[in-house]
Design a protein around this ligand. Structure first.
Ligand SMILES: Cc1cc2nc3c(=O)[nH]c(=O)nc-3n(C[C@H](O)[C@H](O)[C@H](O)COP(=O)(O)OP(=O)(O)OC[C@H]3O[C@@H](n4cnc5c(N)ncnc54)[C@H](O)[C@@H]3O)c2cc1C
Length: 502
């Protein structure tokens, strides 16, 4: 790494720094991408620009009680760094894992914290991105120049969560807090809590608050599928017990989880009713044999059409059985000073309301993009495999998986970018531009993802802002299929007609 930094070329102006690659964001994608770049392309200079004062992205931003993954860390962790803890991990455990990756690979020296990117402009004459930044306190920042832009900024707004406006909110006497903006000063001991929402965040915060709160009510508009599992891998336990080293344990358990996920993904499409029966059987182990699924736990969509919320050790259902948690399916009519008046006429008493209402999609981190002086309208831009974009040179976005761990794609695209950079070097090309071949130009632009594929609220709300598929062409969409892509992406022909070099 010392070498890399020494080769960082400062231009004549002290506030312009020049690198081969700029990585945007120091979340799990940015750190993994930096690792791959440093390992596979040691001759490239790079910097990681991060708006926050620390690494972690999602796991830095979200601090609500109990915050944890809902993917197993054998697949949500990187291919190259063994996970040694229980499969489902807390935010602090994930941050510790990421800190270890940064320390072991000396990546910290490449990260510039408190650096908010505001504008990225590509010049085909110079074959360079100009990346304008400001400091987190609003003061002007360094301008960076780079030959390649590796976008690892995630897909949602870290500052402004999705908080609906309900009538009468100002009348409510207690705090209304969004989970993404959790305030540690809030004391919920002995309090009546209502959590609005029923996704992974609600399923995490509810059991975590139930221990201290008088009672927690989950208020949902519609039911969600939950997948309850013991938070341990029998395979990992067995392999460790017989002395298998951690690298091998990681590889084997990762393959095991991938196999289970693949089967669940396939079965959710082919036999959704049977999958639901299996999910119910798991829930009964924690909630009790006589648990009533109607009406609060019978979704109207098929499993995996929205993210399946994993509940390690069935903790939320155990709290339901103990009477500490209950569920209500209804809509909010208005807030009152003492709680929430529901459309059905029921009143929910509350001292504290937690909105687990999700996030706002933010395309490209809210950064303004220009190519040769022309603004990029992402909503009119076709995507090549959900990673590159027609007409936007030397740039790739790591958008992970919804139905498998996001990070699986970080490793896959890490290999791809490094291969692409090496290919450009061998062709002595300064620019690679994705272009829609003339034979495909008649295909209409279609939404980023099909409604019957995956349709959670945050995607539906802002789907129009995302780049577009080209008809239904497999190369011109994010397939959300890790198993397909793990074969396809490594074998992409970099001299195919979509790749135009100059
Ligand atoms: C509570 C929660 C739990 C989740 N659990 C899982 C899970 O278990 N499994 C799973 O697969 N997915 C999960 N996800 C989805 C999750 O966001 C991704 O899996 C993953 O963490 C995204 O990593 P990332 O590095 O791509 O983006 P992020 O974690 O969003 O990090 C992006 C980073 O880029 C920085 N950045 C953004 N814009 C700019 C800018 N303009 N200038 C400079 N820096 C910028 C941000 O500050 C941030 O640090 C979860 C999401 C949430 C909200």
């Amino acid at each position: 790494m010392a070498d890399v930094l020494e080769r960082e070329m400062k231009s004549s102006s002290a506030s312009v720094a020049e690198f081969d690659v700029v990585i945007v964001g120091a979340g799990i994608s940015g750190i993994g991408s930096a690792y791959h770049l440093q390992t596979q392309c040691p001759d490239k200079t790079f910097v990681v620009l991060e708006a926050k004062p620390d690494i972690g992205g999602t796991w830095h931003t979200h601090r609500y009680p109990g915050v944890r993954s809902d993917s197993d860390l054998y697949t949500f962790g990187y291919r190259f760094k063994p996970w040694v803890g229980p499969p489902i991990a807390t935010a602090d455990e994930i941050l510790k894992y990421l800190r270890n990756v940064v320390a072991e690979n000396d990546l910290g020296r490449a990260i510039r914290f408190g650096t908010v990117i505001t504008r990225c402009s590509w010049s085909s004459q110079e074959n360079r991105w100009t990346i304008e930044t400001r400091q987190a306190d609003g003061s002007p920042g360094t301008t960076y120049r780079a030959k390649f832009l590796w976008m690892c900024q995630g897909y949602y707004d870290h500052e402004n969560p999705y908080m609906p406006e309900w009538p009468g909110m100002a009348d409510f006497k207690g705090p209304i807090i969004h989970a993404q903006k959790w305030d540690d000063k809030i004391d919920y001991t002995g309090k009546k809590v209502v959590v609005i929402g029923s996704g992974a965040t609600a399923a995490t915060v509810i059991p975590a608050m139930a221990d201290k709160a008088a009672h927690v009510t989950m208020l949902q508009r519609s039911p969600t599928y939950f997948n309850c599992y013991p938070n341990r891998s029998e395979l990992a336990d067995r392999l460790r017990a017989i002395g298998v080293d951690e690298d091998t344990v990681h590889r084997c358990v990762r393959l095991d989880y991938l196999d289970q996920l693949k089967a669940l993904d396939r079965r959710s499409r082919e036999e959704p009713e049977q999958v639901f029966e299996d999910l119910k059987a798991m829930i009964r182990q924690y909630a009790g044999e006589d648990f009533q699924f109607e009406p609060h736990f019978t979704p109207s969509y098929r499993p995996w059409q929205q993210r399946l919320a994993f509940i390690p050790d069935g903790d939320m259902f155990e709290r339901i059985r103990e009477g500490k948690v209950s569920a209500v399916t209804d809509t909010i009519d208005h807030f009152t000073p003492t709680g929430i008046q529901l459309s059905s006429g029921q009143h929910l008493d509350a001292d504290i309301v937690v909105a687990a209402t999700g996030f706002r999609l933010l395309v490209m981190g809210g950064i303004a993009f220009e190519v040769d002086g022309k603004p990029v309208d992402w909503s009119r831009t076709p995507t090549y495999r959900g990673m590159m974009f027609a007409g936007v040179p030397n740039m790739l976005w790591v958008f992970g998986y919804f139905r498998a761990a996001w990070t699986l794609r970080v490793d896959l695209l890490g290999d791809f970018v490094c291969r692409l950079l090496q290919h450009m070097a061998s062709r002595q090309a300064g620019e690679v531009r994705i272009e829609v071949p003339p034979s495909l130009a008649d295909h209409e632009l279609t939404p980023w993802i099909e409604d019957d594929n995956f349709n959670p609220g945050y995607l539906k709300r802002d789907l129009d802002k995302l780049p577009k598929r080209l008809g239904d062409l497999p190369e011109w969409r994010h397939s959300q299929d890790y198993w397909l892509e793990s074969e396809d992406i490594p074998s992409i022909n970099l001299d195919g007609e979509e790749f135009v070099y100059s």
